[in-house]
Ligand binder design. Structure first.
Ligand code: UTP
Length: 297
């Protein structure tokens, strides 16, 4: 019987330089879309997919992230006294069961592959998920839930994939396809950030993975690759060389690159408009802004 995916690694040890100076003191994952930090969206997605153990790979300056998951008895008591049930529920979403959350330290930002490797001792002999909180995905059924279901059929390693334009392929890990079955594709190669004109397809890997413990073993041997960092893509691609299955999954949903300023702003607009209590007022404001801008041009 295939083992269920119950553990997820959240690599959050990056420097977040694209958001300086904010990220000098605020971890990128604590930055807020409407009223919830990016990390909350990632946790909700993981919970929906059945994840029970949450492993954070953190670094210096990320204490706000650890504090975020603490209980806050005073705040809770006040909200209860004031009968603010909805806010109380929002607060409860931030709590983690005792023992369900673990923190590992990545002492130097040596790359995503290295960050995942730092958590190796907390992963047993079972497949595990990796979630990058700066990729926020809006979907009816969460992206990771879709992947967990698909993975129950395929086994092996699975990466979330989406089509990007040819010009953008050099910013992503790109899949070289063996067979295309629609939602699920089998993969015969993966290249991290291929040079312009050399990408094997326009199917890009984004920040959701289901991996086997073999990938952690591969990471033991992998040297720094593209950009001088230890690339997770290289460790997954090594599975193909060992004749073990690697699959891409075309998820249903919209992905926002909240690691970039433009993506973060787009997500703010999309999530703001989707909120019942804000959508009308915010939508009207945006229409007026756009009309004013066009008139001025
Ligand atoms: P990014 O490539 O977005 O890098 O990392 P970054 O440092 O967060 O941001 P910029 O590019 O300087 O603005 C993708 C994910 O991998 C994690 C990051 O925290 C983010 O979730 N990461 C990256 C690590 O945990 N450790 C690393 O050494 C590198």
């Amino acid at each position: 019987m295939k083992k269920r995916v119950t553990k997820a690694i959240f690599p959050v040890a990056g420097l977040g330089t694209r958001f300086l100076p904010a990220t000098k003191s605020v971890p990128k994952e604590i930055m807020t879309l409407v009223d919830r930090p990016l990390i909350q969206y990632a946790i909700d997605e993981a919970r929906e997919a059945g994840i029970k153990e949450f492993i954070f790979v953190t670094s210096r300056g990320k204490s706000a992230l650890e504090d975020y998951f603490d209980h806050s008895p005073e705040l809770e008591a006040k909200l209860r006294r004031d009968g603010k049930t909805e806010l109380l529920e929002a607060l409860e979403d931030t709590y983690m069961d005792s023992g369900a959350i673990a923190y590992m330290r990545q002492h130097k930002p040596l790359g995503l592959g290295h960050a995942v490797w730092c958590a190796r001792r907390l992963i047993g002999d079972e497949p595990f998920a990796v979630i990058l909180p700066d990729d926020v995905i809006s979907a009816e059924k969460s992206c990771l839930s879709q992947m967990v279901e698909a993975h129950a059929e395929t086994g092996g390693c699975m990466v979330a994939a989406m089509e990007v334009s040819q010009q953008k392929t050099s910013s992503y890990g790109i899949l070289d396809l063996k067979e295309d079955h629609g939602s699920i594709v089998s993969v015969k190669g993966m290249v991290e950030k291929p040079k312009a004109g050399t990408a094997p397809s326009n199917l890009a890997v984004i920040g959701r993975y289901i991996l086997t413990p073999d990938v952690l073993k591969n990471l033991n041997k992998i040297e720094a690759g593209a950009g001088g960092e230890v690339q997770l893509t290289d460790a997954i691609a090594a599975e193909i060389n060992h004749d073990r299955g690697v699959f891409g999954y075309r998820f249903r949903g919209e992905r926002f690159d909240c690691g970039s300023k433009a993506g973060f702003l787009q997500a703010t607009v999309a999530f703001g408009l989707a909120r019942e209590e804000l959508g009308d007022e915010f939508g009207q404001y945006l229409s007026e802004m756009v009309a004013m801008r066009s008139a001025a041009q």
